[in-house]
Design a protein around this ligand. Sequence first.
Ligand code: AMP
Length: 266
Amino acid sequence: MSTINKDRVAWLQGPSAKCEPVPPASDFPFRLVLLGAPGVGKGTQAELLTARLGACHLSTGDVFRAAGKTPECEQSPAMKEALGYMHRGELVPDSTVWEMVRERSGCLRCAGGFILDGFPRTLGQAESLRRLMQEEGLSLTAVVNYDLPAPEIVARLSGRRTCEKCKAVYHVTERPPKCAGKCDRCDGKLFQREDDRPESIKVRLEAYEKSTAPLISFYEKLGLLLPIAALGTPEEILERTEPALELCRTRRWAQLRWAAVENHSS
Ligand code: AMP
């Protein structure tokens, strides 16, 4: 298991904050995007994968939630507007999201790698990410697409509880904490995210179908898609994902080596 920086301050607070310690560098870091409808367990898998692979968990939703905790007088007008979209369960406009991600592009260059969770969520965002990575000479290792039937998604979302301190995720029946309402890890209070309430769940699933589902074929065409069935416990899903990712990394490494040899000889 890798030593990782769990605070992700450069991601959560922006480029003026520096991660301490800096995540350890890897020779061939994992650079991943996690796709899947809200509730498939991307956040949980991102945490588990971070612990296994060492790459940092970069969630755009976490940035908005962190910004929502700052005093209102310190929130920029764009951020206030973004929080309004989030509370209604709607997608924040691409321009606002992209501005926020672009500001944090240092995290995409991090030598420890990254696991993007909740971004990109529209074709526009996916194109912007592709262009930025191309400019930076970076490439994605894989795009994991977690697949789950709709009724299971609704059950997962409505029972989800999150620790207000360390962000650990629980489920009232599937993954309950040892002591009701309290985090096993840090004793923090568990809460239900505003956007996990029934009225927001419906809006979020509709937004996913309309805006995010098309990303599956976008990444399939780029040869990056890795479909994973999201049924079972988080550990079972992880055991399914990790060997498949190792295979993707080896294949990607071979492709890049081959391209470098061809460039050199032409
Ligand atoms: P998440 O934790 O990823 O489910 O994100 C929570 C909420 O933040 C979403 O329902 C959106 O309102 C907003 N959000 C997060 N990431 C994005 C994104 N990439 N594009 C648009 N809205 C986003």
